[in-house]
Write a protein of this length. Structure first.
Lengths: 142, 142
DNA sequence: TTAACTGCAAACATTTTGCAACCGT
DNA sequence: ACGGTTGCAAAATGTTTGCAGTTAA
């Protein structure tokens, strides 16, 4: 009936069993361009299937995360936030005044991170970078 | 009886009411050079004062954090970790094999972060950077 | 003395889990 | 049909809080 969402298609390609609930959650996540927490995903999914359970949402986002379909983030508010995993890695810049989350990528920083790890005898396998900022005043040129 | 710990001295200087429990917790934290979570602080404090309560530890580390005496970190294991706030800011490099936490500082990365924030019209007010790595093989020169 | 602090236990928020019923393949 | 999945409610985890009693200043 409904079109197949991008995440659902990935699941199908990988031979996952696709239940109605998983389809709904996949659709919700594919349509989201923010970084919803489980509760938000649950609320959005409930509008499509009102009898979906939050336990299923928890189980499903974990499943998707383990399958590298989703990325899990912790922005410091008490709950985990999710977004569709993308080809191109990016980090997050959070406007603490509005709560808006911007995505950015900076190759220089990434290269320096690798360098730092190497200096300490480690191979970088992951990182977490979040910047927190407030809107610039008009007269701020620093 | 016991010598005054560095953190206790800071508390005294700021006119905080110093109870026996706070003195113990201050001492434990001053003596720690790792990044203990509340439970670890509680265990260490309990060896000095066995009837201290974990609620008091929670209240005290929050108090210290709000007074900028401690820094709170989230390294992805379910609990908050603390360390004495230092003059010089540093970030963390975590060996995911051993769990060891190394501290590092990199001015270039810091400068680039500021630049990124500014590009998006924000003034950087804070950041979180954690690198995760595994030990380099001997033949890895990348 | 008295306002702040503590211990205890109950409350909280988020996430996980045991189990019987259910459903996709 | 069968094995994985779901819903529900209970449990687990980390943290906070209300309250009556205690203590530092």
């Amino acid at each position: 009936m409904a079109a197949i969402s991008k995440i659902e298609q990935i699941c199908i390609d990988r031979g996952m069993k696709m239940t109605g609930q998983r389809r709904v959650i996949a659709q919700v996540l594919s349509q989201s361009d923010d970084h919803p927490n489980v509760d938000a995903v649950y609320n959005r999914a409930s509008k499509i299937d009102p009898k979906i359970s939050i336990a299923t949402v928890y189980r499903t986002v974990r499943l998707f995360e383990e399958a590298n379909i989703l990325e899990k983030h912790d922005f410091g508010d008490g709950s985990a936030r999710y977004e569709e995993a993308t080809e191109n890695h990016h980090d997050h810049l959070i406007d603490v005044q509005s709560g808006a989350v911007l995505e950015f990528h900076n190759d220089e920083i990434e290269a320096l991170q690798k360098q730092v790890a190497k200096k300490y005898g480690l191979k970088l396998v992951g990182h977490k970078l979040e910047l927190y900022g407030v809107p610039l005043d008009k007269d701020e040129k620093d």
